[in-house]
Design a protein. Structure first.
Length: 189
């Protein structure tokens, strides 16, 4: 037990202490800096940590010839569709808990669906820190608010932290101050 705690202490990112409770956090990139640049810095610094997952719907981590369910479960210790369906049901993602969606070939997914595949993969793998690019900036504020409300429940239930790197001031307006993180927190080594 002590060895496990020591390992966790040595591998946890320094910025993890700034995330006291599970839920969504926002990193507003400084003027003149792109969210993609900060995301790349974070990936290079932390991608080897077992507790950190990176979601980027434009990358190739979704394998096109596999089904959605197979893509979500690809890194899971058990390839268990029942567990996936229960997870989606428990967390109110009933629109995604269908044979049509889960059996769909990943080659037919749009960017939003690829985002969900990667997000659910990391949640099922019990990653406590999930970092995403400014993908949500392009979804519009109304879509973001719906997504955010559903997601907050899932993050609380799974004791996970979603860190959204963004340059969109409108997205972070109205968020509690404790959910806003400085980009400096992540770039200082």
């Amino acid at each position: 037990m002590e060895v496990m705690q020591l390992r966790k202490a040595n591998t946890s990112p320094r910025w993890a202490e700034a995330l006291p409770t599970a839920g969504s956090y926002f990193v507003l990139t400084p003027t003149g800096s792109s969210p993609a640049h900060l995301y790349q810095q974070l990936w290079h610094s932390f991608h080897r940590l077992d507790d950190v997952g990176f979601v980027d719907p434009s990358d190739q981590s979704v394998i096109p010839f596999l089904s959605v369910a197979d893509n979500i479960l690809i890194d899971s210790p058990k390839n268990d569709i029942v567990r996936l369906r229960q997870f989606l049901f428990d967390n109110e993602y009933t629109e995604l808990n269908t044979h049509d969606f889960l059996d769909k070939p990943a080659s037919q997914l749009n960017e939003t669906e690829r985002f969900y595949v990667q997000l659910f993969r990391f949640l099922l793998l019990k990653r406590h820190y999930i970092i995403t690019t400014n993908f949500l900036d392009n979804q519009g504020i109304a879509t973001f608010r719906i997504f955010f409300n559903l997601l907050e429940n899932v993050l609380q239930a799974t004791d996970s932290h979603l860190i959204m790197v963004t340059s969109d001031h409108e997205m972070v307006d109205g968020q509690p101050a404790e959910r806003l993180l400085s980009a400096d927190l992540f770039t200082q080594q």
